[in-house]
Ligand binder design. Sequence first.
Ligand SMILES: [Ca+2]
Length: 242
Amino acid sequence: MKKYFIFFIIIPFLLAGCSSNNPAIIASDDYGWVLIWEDNFNSENYDMWEKANHTFAKNLARFNPENAIIDDGILRLKLTGEPQASRDYSGAEYRSRENYSFGRYETRMKVAKGDGIITAFFTYEDDQNGLNEIDVEFRGNNTNEIHFNNWTSIKDENSEIIKLNFDASEAFHDYIIEWQPGHIKWYVDGEMLYETKKDIPQGDQRVIMNIWISDDKSKTGLLNEDELPTEAKFDYVKFYTK
Ligand SMILES: [Ca+2]
């Protein structure tokens, strides 16, 4: 009798242990994505992308198209000490010509290190009421922290800062924004790190990658010109829907 008792106690635990070796039970959001386009940056694709030449209020640099370079399968966005029109420094921005909607936006990137320096992968569009945006952003004064932000034209920035177990300036890592009508999820190297259901943009947006210098010294630190030139690198961008 004792033997049978042990059998019935142990077998359910063994079966439970086995089930963890089966294919993972995947949450509904994690499958069904269909790749719509990808750019691996093996060549310039001006039908799809443009190189920005503007700046904005809190940016101490101005984007210079010459600082966005496709080189050996990598998009290199350079930040230099060369004056550019109204600014003392030159950054770079690569932006899609088209707007896209709900979907999964994925990149593999290596960000820039240095006080004041921002590297970002994001979706963005101005509508008549203001800006709509979903960000993956790094401040170069702490590249062990990732910033997930989202705005709509009727609600200011929602921000979440998460500590990573690596320095994003030392190697390439995978970053994903999953944007759906009711939520946004952010993934790093396949792991979901944050989800929000607040203030989800609803209109189509461009896909943008850039490098620039923040004037907000209290948050990003003061630029050290000895850190220049520097650059952020992008291996690919992919867009999926379902
Ligand atoms: Ca590539």
